[in-house]
Design a protein around this ligand. Sequence first.
Ligand SMILES: [Zn+2]
Ligand SMILES: [Zn+2]
Length: 382
Amino acid sequence: MPSSSKRDYYEVLSVGRSAAPEEIKSAYRKAALQWHPDRNPDNKSQAEEKFREATEAYSVPSDPQKRQIYDAYGHAGISSAGAGGFQGVDFSIFDGLQDILGDFFQVEDVFGFGGRRGRGRRAQRGADLRYDVTLSFEEAATGKRLKIRVPRTEACETCQGTGAKPGSSPTACSACGGRGQRTYQQGFFAVTRTCPQCQGAGRVIRDPCTQCDGAGRVQRQRTLEVEIPAGVDTGMRVRLPGEGEMGTMGGPSGDLYVVVEVREHPFFERKGSDLFCTIPITVPQAALGTEIRLPGLRGEEKLKIPEGTQSGHVFRLKGKGLPSPHGHGNGDLYARVHVEVPEKLTREQRRLMEELAATLSPDNAPAERSSSLFDKVKDMFG
Ligand SMILES: [Zn+2]
Ligand SMILES: [Zn+2]
């Protein structure tokens, strides 16, 4: 339904924009009772439409937070705020509606959810769990098999999750015939309510398991093994399907997520699978060339510095970075050279420097600079 065609919620409920919560509540009650489809047998579809409209309208101004958004941005604000549900109706509202409307009818029935949603307990997936681990840089580089202890809810082993003492089993509830709900006739209305005997479960346990007191579930510390792949980075998660909390009423278990944090390395910086580092070299090393040893991830790496290497030059050591945790090969290692100019010279060194300086000519300058801005600026001072 495009929001432009929607009627103003206050208008639907026939209340002013500053109406107090009590006023909104009683306006909705009035509209709901007037338009309940069971009360309008000759005009069912229109009544249903009106009933839905009123319920949707009520779901917004009755919630202080949604009301504030609606007052400021209108329908657009509500739909973008993710009100969710059926045509913008947040179903959590139904519990509150039952209090307003009393026991006359199930609001869900009007929306066609009576049978499916009901008020009974349903199978539900268990909650996901999160476990945080911190790895050293080296552990992250090589990968690691970890043992972790996770507290979680599991099916009771004694009763296999049924809650019934071994040898016995839960029986269908006699009050509701196992449906979890009972239907009562009240005047015009057929009222469906959660069965009071089994609380909607549809089964009763006559002889509860002593291990779990009939709950069918117990709290356990479980030791699990996790394979952390080589090359993981901070923020990555390893998923262990089905290792979360157990579900209810036969629903599947949730998942366990191991969330990784990797400590920084004193020498290497990483970006994805690539490594970056800075290597200090002396002026003669840069000018004459040399071979240096780098503390690589897999032992020492040799790096040949050719003569005439400039400060800031970056050497790429292909494949010497971290492995990709997704199996896409290795990253590279980038080594940036920093030429250190000595801060203090002995008299002898100073004399040698001066001697060197006297012999240097423009021909000694790096090739890329010979026709550069530097020369032009030098000429200006020439
Ligand atoms: Zn048990
Ligand atoms: Zn029952």
